[in-house]
Design a protein around this ligand. Structure first.
Ligand code: ADP
Ligand code: MG
Length: 150
């Protein structure tokens, strides 16, 4: 499915709506250029998960984990600066397999090998300074259902 958001606030609202639907165990792969809005969308998703902490871009730390509602955790990864994932790939795999964790990925091509076939991909493309087109694709049964709930 494809939607267009016209502002940062609308992007966060979309993220909030998505975050509300999450139950744990989901993997969301965010695609798009620098400045597309991947981290901004993640902030909205975090709100939908009742994360209290300020979500910051994990580009320097590669991963950040936040406590979320109902004992869930939001794990946010950014592999932009990583050429070789090394042991990060093992850590990521554990998180993906954790039913209490929601995994959000930016620049995930370097860890393609450990990504589950069931995941939600969201491609973000800038249409203008403030407009973004989101192309949402539920790959696999669980993610298709998630997409249909949006
Ligand atoms: P990425 O993580 O994809 O590199 P960021 O979310 O860090 O991108 O940055 C997106 C930038 O674009 C922010 O400065 C944000 O304010 C701006 N922006 C403008 N309009 C939008 C929109 N509709 N959705 C998301 N970000 C937007
Ligand atoms: Mg980012």
């Amino acid at each position: 499915m494809t939607i267009t958001v016209k502002s940062e606030a609308e992007m966060k609202q979309f993220g909030y709506n998505l975050g509300r639907l999450l139950k744990g165990g989901e993997v969301i792969e965010l695609l798009g250029d620098v400045g597309a809005g991947k981290t901004t969308l993640t902030k909205g998703i975090a709100r939908g998960l009742d994360v209290d902490d300020d979500v910051q871009s994990p580009s320097f730390t590669i991963s950040r984990v936040y406590d979320a509602r109902g004992g869930l955790a939001l794990a946010h990864y950014d592999f932009y600066r990583l050429n070789d994932p090394g042991i990060m790939a093992d850590e990521l795999k554990e998180t993906i397999d954790d039913e209490r964790a929601i995994t959000i990925l930016e620049w995930s091509s370097v860890v393609e090998g450990v990504l589950p076939s069931d995941r939600l991909t969201i491609l973000i493309e800038a249409l203008s300074e403030d407009s973004r087109r989101l192309t949402i694709n539920g790959l696999g049964e669980k993610s298709k259902q998630l997409e249909q709930g949006l």
